[in-house]
Design a protein. Structure first.
Length: 116
C-alpha cells in the first residue's frame, strides 16, 4: 500500500521558517522525481519545487531564494525548508512523488499558516 506521510506544517510568524517532510513507502518501482505543491484557499494547486533522483532541483519563482528542496534516497523522504515565510505562503502543502513508470502519488497535505 502506497503511503506518503507528511509532517512539519504549522503556524508561524511572517519571516519565520518551517521544514516539511514527506516519507514515501510502498511505491512499486524506483522513485524518480519528488516534489511539493501547494493550494491556497480559493486557488488552484500550484507547483512549488521538484528534485529528481539525480538531485537536480527546480523551483517556482515564488520559492526561489527562500525555499530549499532536498531528499534522502535511502529513506525515500523529501524535505522542503521554507525560510523568510510570507502570509501569501499560507496554503496546504502536498507532497508529490513520481516513480520510474511515471505514476504519480500524492500526500494528504499539511497546513502551513503564516501570520502577518
Amino acid at each position: 500500500q502506497v503511503q506518503l506521510v507528511e509532517s512539519g506544517g504549522g503556524l508561524v510568524q511572517a519571516g519565520g521558517s518551517l521544514r516539511l517532510s514527506c516519507a514515501a513507502s510502498g511505491i512499486i518501482f524506483s522513485i524518480n522525481a519528488m516534489g511539493w505543491y501547494r493550494q491556497a484557499p480559493g486557488k488552484q494547486r500550484e507547483w512549488v519545487a521538484t528534485i529528481t533522483s539525480g538531485g537536480t532541483t527546480n523551483y517556482a519563482d515564488s520559492a526561489k531564494g527562500r525555499f530549499t528542496i532536498s531528499r534522502d534516497n535511502a529513506k525515500n523522504t523529501v524535505y522542503l525548508q521554507m525560510n523568510s515565510l510570507k502570509p501569501e505562503d499560507t496554503a496546504v502543502y502536498y507532497c508529490n512523488v513520481r516513480n520510474m513508470l511515471g505514476v504519480v502519488f500524492w500526500g494528504q497535505g499539511t497546513q502551513v499558516t503564516v501570520l502577518s
